[in-house]
Design a protein around this ligand. Sequence first.
Ligand SMILES: NC(=O)c1ccc[n+]([C@@H]2O[C@H](COP(=O)([O-])OP(=O)(O)OC[C@H]3O[C@@H](n4cnc5c(N)ncnc54)[C@H](OP(=O)(O)O)[C@@H]3O)[C@@H](O)[C@H]2O)c1
Length: 246
Amino acid sequence: MKALITGANKGIGFEIARSLGKRGYDVLVGARDANRGQAAAEKLAAEGISATFIKIDLNDLDSLHTAGTVIDSLDMLVNNAGIPDSVKSGRPALDLTKHTFDYATEDLRTTMETNFLGTHELMKSLLPVLTDNAKIVNITVPISPTDFWHPLAYITSKAALNVMTLTYAHEFKKMGSHRQIFGIMPGAVATELNGLEPGGLGGFVKSPEAAGQMSADIILCDRNQNGQIIQYDGKIITDYEVQLRD
Ligand SMILES: NC(=O)c1ccc[n+]([C@@H]2O[C@H](COP(=O)([O-])OP(=O)(O)OC[C@H]3O[C@@H](n4cnc5c(N)ncnc54)[C@H](OP(=O)(O)O)[C@@H]3O)[C@@H](O)[C@H]2O)c1
């Protein structure tokens, strides 16, 4: 069984790759940077995991289209790669103090292009090589704003990704396909994306290792999860328009 995880050179993606690899999957380590991707694949291989780097840059259409030609067959696609905002000081960063009205159109465009449009293009490229029972997993976040949580560019792009999850699920069901697509919300995880530490926010912040294992548990669950958005604790989020899912 073969799984491609995007953004697998670090953070949650690396740990999902590690968990799936330890459970017997051949993992394709998707990364936009060859050096970082190769290094991650070698680290996994040193643990006895079958791991191969593949270039996946969500902002580079050629890399997305090439993936569909070099992969012969795929049982699982984990769309994990993502950014919270446009690039600042050389790297993306989640800024929860930013006001909604301070977002530039460029912030929204950059995040939407990466998290939504790039992912959609990769899905289209890989659909022909996905097996009949393949699972597609979109790593996502809550989209309802609160006093603490209102990063406009990030949640707008993930809302689009969530709707894509629901519409693909609808198509699969309508076609009588056994393929599944679902979303996983890992909750707060200590990664470079947010600079948080494990145990932070009153113990709420998980380590990437814990998030990777939890995600793999949900991914490998035997239940049909087509069209579901599933929280880290297994709770299914039901705020979306039900007709889209049913
Ligand atoms: N951390 C959290 O609390 C949390 C919570 C819920 C959901 N998530 C989601 O989990 C996913 C992974 O996030 P993380 O926390 O593990 O962050 P991270 O450590 O910053 O990892 C993000 C990954 O995405 C890759 N990436 C960024 N832009 C890309 C592009 N244009 N093309 C291909 N790959 C790209 C990064 O590659 P480089 O190393 O080359 O930058 C990196 O491998 C994201 O979708 C995020 O929205 C995170």
